[in-house]
Design a binder for this molecule. Structure first.
Ligand SMILES: NC(=O)c1ccc[n+]([C@@H]2O[C@H](COP(=O)([O-])OP(=O)(O)OC[C@H]3O[C@@H](n4cnc5c(N)ncnc54)[C@H](OP(=O)(O)O)[C@@H]3O)[C@@H](O)[C@H]2O)c1
Length: 323
């Protein structure tokens, strides 16, 4: 019997890599997509011809859509990767962020509890939950959490809800606290992709400059295709738990920018400007993870910071017209 999985957020960066991973492992896969006014399926278009891949319109804020699909599929595993995933935008749409990233998680947990309690549930938690924890890095599963954005607050509430369903109802409700992870499929509004696309367009003569916010923020950047392998591993454990997924290295945004421009032979200082418009009301100056716990169950990061930057630039150099 094929294992059955549902992925929310299947059109996103992680959702698309997770879909590829699960199909390669022989799953029957069911992906949830939002109805939008234009197509957002570019990252999964190549999967539609696979007879084991099915998609549905659903929204995490719309319980009837979720319960219909869950009761029909009765999945072995539910990967909750859907979210309003942009930290800066969460200050602009805080209510929607909480509705999607917290109430949406509650909707799925409650439907699973009543309709399919044996389904394993994975919640996509985030290093933004740590915010400014008041203790020195690196941050692990026991580090205090002090989020600095509506996104971080919403993810932290969802993290606690997941724990409550795990402890209170005995459900397999598990989670990974993932530090930033990137790829050529990263959305264009995220700083890494904004940089890689701008570098390619500047090099191709399609753009003159790049405007960014805080260049001093430090992040622990990993590789999305490896991080979805960690998520799958977390779901295959005997017991639900909490795992930090990180590389254990931190770099400033300025370092990312320098490396990106240097990769195509340009000096970043000639092209990059900063503007207060891109500064968040509350900043998280530094994120650095300690992934010792997940390393003990067999996962470790392989892609190095420079290779991640180069892979993103190489893709955008070859596809400078992509959005
Ligand atoms: N990437 C990271 O560095 C990182 C780190 C820690 C945690 N996370 C979390 O990991 C998950 C995957 O991240 P990602 O980088 O793949 O994000 P992403 O590329 O922005 O994908 C988010 C997905 O969620 C969907 N979505 C948004 N609102 C929804 C709603 N109301 N109902 C149903 N689906 C909705 C999006 O659909 P559309 O395509 O229609 O917009 C998209 O498919 C997210 O939960 C994110 O918060 C990411």
């Amino acid at each position: 019997m094929k294992k059955k999985a549902i992925i929310s957020g299947v059109t996103g960066q992680d959702g698309s890599y997770m879909a590829e991973l699960l199909l390669s492992k022989g799953y029957e896969l069911h992906g949830l997509m939002r109805r939008l006014s234009s197509f957002a399926s570019g990252r999964i278009d190549h999967l539609f011809s696979n007879p084991h891949f099915h998609t549905y319109h659903a929204d995490l804020t719309d319980s009837p859509s979720l319960s219909g699909i869950i009761s029909k599929v009765k999945p072995d595993e539910f990967y909750n990767l859907g979210a309003m995933s942009h930290v800066k935008v969460s200050f602009e749409v805080p209510q929607y962020t909480l509705e999607t990233n917290t109430v949406g998680v509650l909707n799925v947990l409650e439907i699973l509890r009543t309709l399919s309690p044996k389904t394993k549930f994975y919640q996509a938690s985030s290093s933004e939950m740590f915010g400014v924890p008041g203790v020195p890095p690196p941050f692990n599963e026991t580090t205090p959490m002090n989020p600095q954005s509506p996104y971080g607050v919403a993810k932290l509430a969802a993290f606690h809800l997941t724990k409550q369903y795990r402890d209170g109802y005995g459900m397999f409700a598990t989670t990974g606290i993932l530090f930033n992870h990137e790829s050529p499929r990263r959305g264009g509004t995220f700083v890494t992709k904004k940089v890689s696309q701008a570098v390619a367009r500047i090099k191709h003569g399609m753009q003159d400059s790049l405007v960014l916010g805080n260049l001093d923020a430090k992040r622990d950047w990993g590789w999305s295709p490896e991080f979805v392998e960690a998520i799958h591993l977390i779901m295959q454990q005997k017991k639900p738990d909490v795992y930090v997924v990180a590389t254990g290295e931190t770099h400033t945004i300025k370092e990312f920018v320098e490396e990106a421009f240097a990769h195509v032979g340009l000096d970043w200082k000639k092209y990059v400007k900063t503007d207060k418009r891109y500064i968040r009301p509350n900043e998280v100056p530094l994120l650095l993870g300690d992934a010792s716990k997940i390393k003990k169950i067999g996962w470790k990061p392989k892609m190095k910071f420079k290779d991640i930057v180069h892979a993103m630039i190489d893709y955008d150099m070859a596809h400078p017209h992509d959005n």
